[in-house]
Design a binder for this molecule. Structure first.
Ligand code: DQQ
Length: 550
């Protein structure tokens, strides 16, 4: 924590720290976390204390010539923070990650003036969820990204004092406008901000925030220990000149809900009721981050229910959603996705790829969380959901290995020429009489560490983490998804990046996993069969470049 609040002469160091806020509400004064030295008279201790104070004072006096982590002042500082983490083998290279510290949900994704903007839930004070700001990254091509300064910070005297939570960006006749959830104490209410420049760097909060200042009466919103009402996250679109907004909620009677509001100016909102509700047992107690996507013939509503991202495909009309099909958007560590509509009419979706290691390991790493690769969502010919990696990702391809056909005999194993922790692999897998085919990634030469992605004759794709890492505290459970009825042959598309394994099966189903191999030689890629023979055709494997430019 590197900043604290001052009110006149009173320093409120125990209030949550922030990076910056709008003038008039306070000022950043320096180090705000308590630091005590157990043996203040000891020479080493005294030396450390003096070094710390000297560094801090010099940093404050000289805009960052002493490179302290955690206090982003501009793009140069953000690049320096990012570079310091470059040697971490678990750090993703081409997935969008925070420069350091914490990232959770993607927010406010927008294609604006020809550039792609990704905002995200960001804690600049450390790799843990707290003091949530909006981080910002920008790209010209969807694959090379540049860090931008923090876009939204909590205002100490505002309804977002305790965090600027998830939301979206809309184009209000040329004015980029964010709707987000402001948190203060036990209240969480919708707030609005508009950008003052084409690069979407500076944002001004609406003086009348929150723009909705009470919870709807019906259905009664779930009250919890933390919140007066579980009521947050925003999906906004314009229909026949009227703004529509979905807000995620939990209901006192059980189950999640996506609640609809309408407005003519984004500031005065009229409540219309739920477009869809779910029962507690099948779809979770609270629906976070609802998003409605229009695919013409059908619409898709997805919600994040603390565990999974559940999607409903069906018909949305007049404020009601009629469900025809439902499923999970991803079967692994993927949460709170949000989409961007590109100028050429595609729907690209990013999700938060959570960590699968404890908070202590995240603290030691100095960063936490990443976004998935962008996924293009569309309707398949049979009316189901299609998910495939955004075509732009091909721009990152470097050295490759191509095989027309690999015949695998019972117990056989085939090693690829590529050794990497940052690659893409595409292949078609046909089980002949094998029980399973394994694509083993992040594998050491002796096989001590490896992560098999297993396609089984029982139509499952399993990411097996039992041997992924030799670290005693590593997660060892396996993650799985069924791939029926699209199971023969399987088209497999895999993205590996540091500690992320993202699997696309048949351009339909996805499983995103986290693994943390310890050994530096865990870079092997091989194919093997279990209990019989199989054929792998049209295999391509490319090393992928990194996404970040300083
Ligand atoms: N994350 C945000 C909330 C949202 C949750 C807070 C989902 O707005 O409900 O960081 O991960």
């Amino acid at each position: 924590m590197l900043a604290s609040t001052a009110r006149g002469d009173h320093e409120a160091v125990t209030e949550r720290s922030v990076v910056s806020w709008q003038p008039g509400a306070g000022r950043v004064v320096g180090i705000g976390s308590a630091l005590s030295f157990r043996q203040p008279t000891h020479d080493v201790c005294r030396g450390n204390r003096e070094t710390l104070v000297a560094d801090a004072v010099s940093f404050l006096a000289d805009e960052g010539s002493v490179p302290l982590t955690g206090r982003p002042k501009g793009s140069a500082t953000l690049s320096a923070m990012r570079e310091r983490l470059d040697d971490d083998p678990h750090r993703p290279g081409y997935h969008v990650s925070p420069p350091a510290n914490w990232l959770n949900d993607p927010n406010g994704l927008v294609h604006w003036n020809g550039r792609y903007h990704v905002f995200y839930q960001y804690n600049p004070t450390g790799p843990f969820h707290g003091t949530i700001h909006w981080g910002h990254a920008v790209s010209d091509d969807l694959v090379h990204w540049e860090d931008r300064p923090v876009a939204l910070s909590p205002s100490p005297d505002g309804p977002d004092r305790d965090g600027c939570w998830s939301g979206c960006t809309v184009d209000d006749d040329g004015v980029a406008t964010i709707l987000y959830t402001g948190g203060r104490g036990t209240a969480q209410l919708p707030c609005l901000a508009t950008s003052t420049d084409d690069s979407l760097t500076s944002w001004v909060k609406d003086p009348d925030n929150p723009v909705i200042d009470e919870l709807p009466a019906e259905p009664e919103v779930l009250r919890t220990e933390d919140w007066d009402g579980e009521f947050r996250d925003h999906c906004v679109w314009r229909e026949d000149g009227v703004w529509h907004q979905l807000i995620g909620a939990g209901m006192e009677d059980g189950g999640g809900a996506a609640l609809l509001y309408v407005s003519t100016d984004l500031r005065e909102w009229e409540y219309r009721g739920p477009v869809l509700t779910g029962d507690r047992d099948t779809a979770g107690t609270v629906w976070e981050c609802p998003e409605l996507l229009d695919f013409g013939e059908k619409q898709l509503l997805h919600v994040s229910n603390y565990e999974d991202v559940v999607y409903f495909l069906g018909q949305y009309a007049d404020g009601e959603f009629a469900v025809e099909q439902r499923g999970r958007l991803d079967h692994g560590d993927f949460y709170a996705p949000q989409s961007m509509w590109t100028d050429d009419g595609r729907t690209l979706t990013w999700g938060w790829v959570k960590e699968a290691r404890d908070i202590g390991a995240q603290w030691d790493a100095g960063w936490s969380g990443s976004l998935s690769v962008p996924r293009e969502l569309s309707l398949a010919e049979d009316g189901g959901l299609r998910q495939r990696p955004a075509p732009a990702l091909t721009e990152l391809r470097g050295n490759g290995d191509h095989r027309d056909e690999i015949r695998l005999r019972a117990g056989g194993c085939h090693e690829l020429d590529v050794r990497s922790r940052q690659f893409e692999l595409q292949a078609t897998v046909q089980l002949t009489d094998a029980d399973a085919v394994e694509l083993r990634v992040l594998e050491t030469p002796d096989g001590e560490e490896r992560t098999p992605i297993r396609y089984t004759a029982t139509s499952e794709v399993v990411v097996d983490r039992t041997q992924a890492s030799t670290a005693p505290e590593a997660t060892t459970d396996s993650q799985r998804m069924t791939v029926t009825p699209y199971d023969a042959p399987l088209s497999l598309h895999v993205f590996v990046d540091g500690s992320i394994v993202e699997v696309f099966a048949n351009e339909r189903r996805c499983l995103t996993s986290r693994v943390y191999p310890e050994r530096t030689d865990a870079t092997g890629i091989s194919l093997a069969t279990v209990g019989g023979s199989a054929t792998v055709t049209d295999l391509d494997c490319w090393e992928l470049d990194s996404a970040w430019r300083s």
